[in-house]
Ligand binder design. Structure first.
Ligand SMILES: [Zn+2]
Length: 255
């Protein structure tokens, strides 16, 4: 224990190490401010979220390799060392964000779902495939979630997926179900399902997220409106979407 503490002290006493760590955290902070304050496109927001996570993770990687006592790179060239660390951080951050988190999140839902096919949910499959073509997106796989709670959401990090619960299918009329499916297709089209997911990760991983939660909620509302506008484009009226939302709210009241 004693040796460990003295390693840490040696590490921190080196002004170069301290500058790199504080610098990295400052960049993370600036990116956070950009994320909550600036009007950015969906792609820019995604880039900023991941860059923010990168600069939060980087000091940990850096510390791991440059701890005072057993400096991993003491024999190597400096540039090579930095290059390897940046690569490692990027790798770690992207594994964290794109593999582990979706795996933990999605697997839970996939295990509780059945893939919708022409045999078991033909109407839904046909509808989704028809409107994916109209929206020029790849047809997402639809999962029927075995749950009585009415819920629907989408995900599009690698392949796009729409989840809709049995409870939702039973609760809604045909037109209302179409409105919900169009809304989810809208998220996929605007890339906002992956953004919603990234915001969720950001909230879990970033200690700064709690300071910007109101603004983040506003940004997410904006993406909900964009998804709704896809419903309006094809249904020409908001009635079915509004009814669907009301029914889900009613259900939650009595649940
Ligand atoms: Zn939505």
């Amino acid at each position: 224990m004693g040796a460990c503490t003295s390693c840490m002290v040696t590490f921190i006493e080196n002004p170069k190490n301290l500058t790199i760590i504080i610098g990295s955290l400052l960049i993370a902070l600036v990116l956070f401010i950009v994320l909550v304050r600036k009007a950015l496109s969906t792609k820019q927001k995604l880039a900023v979220i991941y860059a923010h996570i990168f600069f939060l993770v980087f000091p940990v990687i850096y510390y791991f390799f440059f701890r005072g006592c057993q400096s991993f790179f003491s024999q190597c060239e400096k540039t090579k060392a930095v290059f390897i660390m940046v690569l490692l951080t990027a790798l770690l951050a992207s594994v964290l964000v794109s593999v582990i988190a979706p795996f933990l999140f999605l697997n839970k839902y996939i295990r509780k779902s059945k893939v919708a096919t022409l045999g078991n949910a033909g109407a839904i499959v046909n509808f989704v495939s028809k409107y994916s073509k109209k929206l020029s997106i790849k047809t997402p796989k639809v999962y029927i979630l075995d749950s009585q709670k009415p819920e629907a959401f989408s995900f599009n990090l690698f392949k796009s997926k729409i989840f809709i619960s049995l409870g939702m299918v039973e609760l809604l009329s045909k037109k209302e179900l179409h409105a919900v499916l169009l809304h989810e297709l809208g998220h996929i089209k605007n890339n906002s399902s992956v953004l919603k997911f990234s915001f969720m990760l950001f909230k879990r991983f970033s200690p700064l997220a709690m300071f910007g939660s109101n603004r983040i909620a506003n940004q997410l509302d904006e993406h909900e409106c964009n998804a709704d506008s896809v419903v309006l484009e094809y249904q020409k009226k908001a009635k079915h979407l509004v009814n669907a939302k009301m029914k889900v709210e009613e259900f939650e009241k009595f649940d």
